[in-house]
Design a protein around this ligand. Structure first.
Ligand SMILES: [Mg+2]
Length: 235
């Protein structure tokens, strides 16, 4: 059975960005005059709690009582996202950050060969698109079959919603999609969608157990379509 569509996660898979989320939270804490700072270990412990849910922890730290919990979370999450995108785009411009090894080469091969390539990210759409363009270039991004983001669906990974939406938009069966992920909860989202998953653990996900993965690779360096096919058929 051929691979109809490759779906890549963004954060941690295309770019080692997970630590920029941590840094963005720390900048936000400074803006809010909170004497808090999340270390890498602190942040890793919170990785399973995606997106705005982290603010359930942060809100009680604020000096003023919060009247509208939902609205405050939304405002703070939006600000944190702006800070995150600025940090990532600046780092890309400076050359301090680049796509992980092998990503661009594999993506170009997939597009040139006609195998569909899409992105399914927990990030909000505008941020995902800006980071994708800054890291992969406009031409490659314009060749993506679709970009589905966290605000396109109601539930976040490990819920399969974002991956199922990608498959639906592209008109392919979930069982014919091959997902590339960097974390266990991302891999679980793929599995929950009935998709096979190749894992390239990001720094913060190293040491996690990826039971049921089609393969676990240090990076995508040197990986071509034929290698993907080998992992696909092994699973
Ligand atoms: Mg990720």
């Amino acid at each position: 059975m051929p691979i109809d569509l490759v779906i890549s996660d963004l954060d941690g898979t295309i770019l080692e960005t997970e630590d920029y989320h941590r840094r963005a939270y720390n900048v936000l804490f400074r803006e809010l005059n909170l004497s808090r700072e999340w270390s890498e270990a602190d942040y890793k412990a919170r990785l399973a709690t995606m997106g705005g849910a982290k603010f359930d922890e942060i809100l009680p730290w604020l000096s003023q009582p919060v009247e509208n919990h939902v609205e405050t979370c939304r405002t703070l999450y939006a600000r944190k996202t702006e800070l995150y995108v600025d940090l990532v785009v600046d780092a890309l411009k400076r050359g301090d950050l680049a796509p992980r090894p092998g990503v661009k080469s594999l993506f170009k091969q997939l597009i040139d060969s006609g195998v569909g390539l899409a992105v399914g990210s927990a990030c909000v759409k505008w941020a995902a698109e800006r980071v994708l363009q800054a890291s992969l270039g406009k031409e490659l991004v314009s060749s993506l079959a679709t970009v589905c983001a966290g605000d396109d669906v109601k539930a976040k990974k490990p819920d399969p919603a974002v991956y199922l939406l990608v498959a639906q938009r592209c008109g392919v069966e979930p069982r014919n999609c091959f997902v590339i992920e960097d974390t266990r909860h991302g891999m679980e989202a793929a599995h929950n969608a009935g998709m096979r998953c190749l894992v390239t653990p990001s720094k913060l996900a190293k040491g996690d157990v990826f039971q049921g993965a089609a393969g676990e690779l240090e990076s995508l360096e040197g990986i071509g379509i034929q290698d993907l096919q080998v992992f696909w058929e092994k699973c």
